[in-house]
Write a protein that binds this ligand. Sequence first.
Ligand code: ZN
Length: 306
Amino acid sequence: MMMPLQVLLVAGTHGNEINGIFLFDQWKKSSLSINTYGIKTYKVIGNPEAQKAGKRYIHQDLNRSFQEESVLSINSSILEVSRASQLVNLYGEAGENPCQIALDFHTTTASMGSCLVVYGRRHADLALASLIQNQLGLPIYLHESDQKQTGFLVESWPCGIVVEIGPIAQGLLNSRVISQTKLILEASMEKIHQIKNLNLFFPDKLIIHRHIKSIDFPRDEEGNIDGYVHPLRQSKDWQKLKKNDELFSKLNGEIIRFKEDEPYIPVFINEAAYVEKNIAMSFTKRELWDLKKEWKQSLIDLVNQR
Ligand SMILES: [Zn+2]
């Protein structure tokens, strides 16, 4: 049976990242129109309970709750596990309103500008990210090889990308963040529309910032944070590190420096939500990848062979 392509749009997966939520609310009230190029979309607030509470989450991070086993646990006492299950039942590929692609809109307190995040190396994700990068010039952060961070929302859909926009404090509206969210949403829908109509050229290459590892803040013997991001490192996301560059400062004047030989590129520097995850920043490697034929085909098949 032919099924129409449907796209799931999520904002507020983290309840205190409110710019996407605001945009969706205004859109639903018809205070503004967003061009989805005739493609059926579902606009969903990821974690409405956390939004009401003005928090990132109630029991645990929703964007780490899409574990395969938890997807069946609609009756879980952990609110986010139950919500993850509900979202998959409602909008998953085999759900009531089946969506094939998910776009998940986030904000960050780090000075990342706008970027795309893909998890692992799924072909359709990489192909779609390359198209959006080619149109808007956004960096792509490839999150992989991190055993401690799993269960991301978009991984429960056949194709899914996270959009991160910063810097913005949690719980605050900002005109630039709102307009960039709209711009990236429309550009993404335009690309999906073009794939549907087989009316586009894929770029030959894409630039990837591949996740290497995350580092913690300096800590004392009791495990308390006793240092902070060095002023020369603050807001320097995407800027290559050299050996002996400053990473952290302490009030006693001690400076903790970058000791590696690889010119890693830091991202999510001082992201507020990652303090509890013991992450002060993450290191990536910038790589130029050839766009593989099978990636394009995977995305074209997903969008068209319904
Ligand atoms: Zn978020």
